[in-house]
Design a protein around this ligand. Structure first.
Ligand code: SF4
Length: 336
């Protein structure tokens, strides 16, 4: 069942597009229809705010370093991780590289236009496929991100958890039904921006909202409903800091969270029990709250010998190494 009558649907689209025409913001990724640039922006904005990407010119800098598919396809892992440093969730940049390689190998270097074909590329989910298809090629592909989900849940006063299977199915159905197939690029940008600006999470501006007459929300601030959050897990880490002749001891990362990066070497609480921490530092990553205690040691105080993957690096080369931002901040604090 369509959410609105044909006449109401037409009026809804017109109201939204007229508002966007007057109020739509200009972002660098809205000034291009290059699918590679749009894919980069979508990956970047998945877990990083627009304000942060804009303020630090991350989008422009990344595209200067990797202007096309070939440049990133051939780059070393170290180089792509370094270019993504500070943005976190590094699988996003690994996926960008895999996507570039797949487009070159399987599609002759040309991105497919339709969302169904884009979905077959590594690391591209339903939202990203729809975004690239509609923003780059103006194809009639719906999208649902966090902002659009909030708008839809409020428009239809939806009380199911939007991150449940049923909730997701319903939102995608509405997104498809509302989409203006004459102007998918503009429509998707407009509804997303409505969520970013007027229909904000805590204080929706219903009085000035362009689609207020279509909205069924009884108490918008209570929507959308979500499943209960996963609890944070506390982790205590004991990192050692050994500087010898302007060389710092670092450990090669292993495991999904650390692979490809250089870290301060870790020791167990028992191994380091005889030493006193110089300072502690806290950071959050996914659903972990990490407390790092840092021990400034001389090499002969090292509990046990060097472990596999631990090497001294000249301090003046640290800038070029991929090091997670929280660890880089700890190193900088210890060096000053
Ligand atoms: S009227 Fe309010 S709740 Fe409804 S879409 Fe507009 S801003 Fe959101």
């Amino acid at each position: 069942m369509t959410p609105f009558s044909p006449a109401k649907l037409k009026a809804f689209r017109a109201a939204l597009l007229t508002w966007f025409d007057k109020n739509g913001k200009s972002y660098p990724w809205r000034e291009t229809t290059d699918p590679w640039a749009i894919l980069v922006s979508e990956m970047m904005l998945q877990q990083t705010t627009v304000a942060s990407v804009i303020a630090n010119r991350r989008f422009e800098k990344f595209l200067t370093e990797f202007p096309d598919l070939s440049t990133i396809a051939e780059a070393s892992e170290e180089k792509i991780l370094r270019a993504w440093e500070g943005l976190g969730y590094y699988n996003r940049v690994r996926n960008l590289q895999k996507t570039a390689q797949a487009v070159l190998q399987d599609h002759g270097g040309q991105f497919p236009k339709d969302a169904t074909s884009l979905l077959t590329l590594p690391g591209i989910g339903r939202y990203t496929a729809g975004a690239v298809s509609s923003f780059a090629f103006n194809e009639p592909a719906p999208i649902v991100d966090g902002n659009i989900a909030r708008v839809l849940a409020r428009l239809f006063d939806y009380r199911e958890a939007i991150d449940s299977t049923t909730g997701q199915k319903q939102l995608w159905t509405w997104a498809e039904q509302l989409l203006d197939i004459e102007s998918p690029r503009l429509f998707n940008s407009a509804i997303m921006e409505l969520g970013q600006t007027e229909c904000s999470p805590r204080s929706p501006a219903c009085l000035t909202c362009p689609v207020q007459t279509f909205c069924q929300a009884q108490n918008p601030a209570e929507l959308p409903v979500k499943k209960p959050r996963k609890k944070f897990v506390a982790i205590d880490e004991h990192a050692i800091f050994i500087l010898k002749n302007d060389h710092l001891l670092l450990a090669e990362g292993t495991g999904t969270r650390r692979k490809g990066f250089w870290h301060l070497p870790l020791r167990t609480a028992k191994e380091i029990a005889h030493c006193e921490a110089a300072f502690t530092s806290k950071y959050t990553i996914t659903h972990h709250k990490v407390t790092v205690s840092l021990y400034l040691l001389e090499e002969d105080q090292l509990p046990n010998s060097l472990s596999e993957g631990e090497h001294f690096h000249p301090v003046n080369t640290l800038e070029d190494l991929p090091i997670p931002s929280p660890i880089r901040r700890i190193i900088q604090k210890a060096l000053t």
